[in-house]
Write a protein that binds this ligand. Structure first.
Ligand SMILES: C[S@@+](CC[C@H](N)C(=O)[O-])C[C@H]1O[C@@H](n2cnc3c(N)ncnc32)[C@H](O)[C@@H]1O
Length: 211
């Protein structure tokens, strides 16, 4: 029997209610670190990490309505007051609503690989979107990336290299809910590991000292 998904207005962030750059302290009712997950799928990373780091404020962005509704129901059931979820396009949301130097970490796990060459331009981690992420990061703020797709991983490395000294590679930190051999423990990672596909991960920090 299909699970009945509930709506949790205290978790959901409605794009129509947004008006200019988000004030995170106001949104969460406290000043704290801000982590944003792009393409959170079924919400597994957010649920594990938000429980492990109750002092961090998390925002999950998900475009697909069915994944968004599923995640919203899960996060609401867990009663996680440090997570907000929005159903929107991450590129537009970040450009329009995230203030400069306001984010501690972006998490991008198993983004859609768009394997056909003529679709590569649709990949999220491209120079324009990476420039936006960098604009939003605090000094020493981090971008964590993981993919099973070797060609997309090469693109990620190329995009990062294009930023020269503005981005510095650092050690990837595995998620709190990751189990043996996993980096993040999301649904897609578990499926890919079962299919014996390798997982590539990289983390970089904003090493721009002057703004
Ligand atoms: C392959 S799934 C990975 C989901 C999850 N991160 C995981 O590891 O299980 C990629 C997700 O990114 C979402 N997505 C793709 N483009 C997006 C965009 N521009 N903004 C927000 N979400 C997006 C998709 O709907 C999908 O749920």
């Amino acid at each position: 029997m299909a699970r009945i998904l509930k709506n949790y207005p205290e978790v959901a962030l409605n794009p129509a209610d947004l008006d200019g750059r988000i004030d995170f302290a106001n949104l969460f009712g406290r000043s704290s670190s801000v982590h944003i997950e792009i393409g959170c799928g079924r919400g597994s990373f957010l649920i594990g990490q938000a429980q492990a780091e109750p002092n961090v404020n998390f925002i999950g962005i998900e475009w697909a309505s069915r994944y968004y509704r599923y995640s919203l129901d899960r996060i609401g059931r867990w009663g996680l007051s440090n997570v907000k979820l929005i159903r929107t396009d991450a590129a537009k949301f970040i450009t329009d609503f995230i203030a400069a130097h306001s984010v501690d970490c972006f998490h991008i796990y198993f983004p859609d690989p768009w394997p056909k060459r003529h679709h590569h331009k649709r990949r999220f981690f491209n120079p324009a979107n990476a420039e936006q992420l960098l604009r939003c990061l605090k000094p020493n703020g981090v971008i964590q990336l993981a993919t099973d797709h070797a060609n997309y991983f090469e693109q990620m490395q190329r995009v990062i290299a294009g930023f020269g000294e503005r981005l510095e590679e650092i050690e990837f930190v595995c998620a709190a809910a990751a189990e043996n051999g996993e980096k993040v423990g999301t649904n897609f990672e578990r499926k890919y590991i079962k299919d014996k596909r390798g997982v590539h991960a990289i983390a970089v920090k904003n090493s721009t000292v002057k703004f």
